[in-house]
Ligand binder design. Structure first.
Ligand SMILES: [Zn+2]
Length: 160
């Protein structure tokens, strides 16, 4: 049986996706990511731009139900079922998504060209996973001197 923590495989925080608005909610919007129908997805009102300047977009400022929007993946939650993608529609996040590094606690850029990586943690004990966000260097320097992984961490996803 397929583990629920396999849902959303291929999605990575910092990546931009197309998303279709399915419902409006008081807290934000539910969306569907075409090609990733196996994972729930939503956008909180705090990460939808508000033309009126509110810290949370007002429901009348949400994109229309049925509209297709460009979004950036903020977080993939696969610790408990169902797997869930949290997206942002904020223009500043679409330009440059930043998140806190789990090693040094400062912000790291997860958008393409940034110095951030996401490490998924799984266990054979059962389904469920969690993700660690890190600067490439914060992760690489913590590994054993004999490990082959630091070089890969510094280059993963980057063309030679
Ligand atoms: Zn760091």
């Amino acid at each position: 049986m397929r583990r629920f923590d396999a849902a959303g495989a291929g999605l990575v925080p910092g990546q931009t996706v197309r998303a279709r608005v399915t419902t409006h909610q008081p807290w934000g919007i539910s969306v569907m990511i075409p090609g990733h129908e196996d994972i729930g997805a939503s956008v909180d009102a705090t990460v939808i731009d508000s033309p009126s300047g509110n810290p949370r977009a007002l429901p009348e400022e949400y994109p229309a139900v049925g509209a297709e929007v460009e979004a950036v993946v903020q977080q993939l939650r696969r610790y408990t079922s169902p797997a869930w993608a949290r997206l942002s529609l904020r223009s500043q996040d679409l330009e440059c998504l930043q998140w806190r590094c789990d090693f040094c606690g400062t912000l790291v850029v997860l958008s393409p060209g940034g110095d951030g990586v996401t490490m998924d943690v799984h266990s054979a004990d059962g389904p469920g996973s969690t993700a660690v966000v890190a600067h490439r260097e914060c992760l690489a320097i913590r590994l054993h001197a004999q490990s082959l992984e630091p070089a890969r961490i510094r280059s993963v996803g980057r063309r030679p």
